[in-house]
Design a protein around this ligand. Structure first.
Ligand code: ZN
Length: 69
């Protein structure tokens, strides 16, 4: 029997060591979604921010940051 060891079995959110870093859409900084207190929802997506100023910038014009293209 040859099982190839991969890390695919720990990709779910119940993996304790995995920290999912979300990108602050305003300044581009990585934000830990578990500890982030600043977030906004836009069209069903949640955005996380490193600072209140980033959040207020986003809230003023969410389409600019929520839809980079
Ligand atoms: Zn920021």
């Amino acid at each position: 029997m040859t099982f190839v060891k991969t890390s695919f079995h720990i990709e779910r959110e119940d993996a304790p060591l995995e920290i999912r870093m979300m990108k602050d859409p305003v300044c581009g900084m990585k934000v830990d979604e578990k500890t982030a207190k600043l977030k906004s929802e836009h069209e069903g997506k949640t955005f996380y921010f490193c600072a209140a100023s980033c959040k207020s910038t986003f809230d003023k014009d969410p389409h600019k940051y929520g839809h980079p293209n």
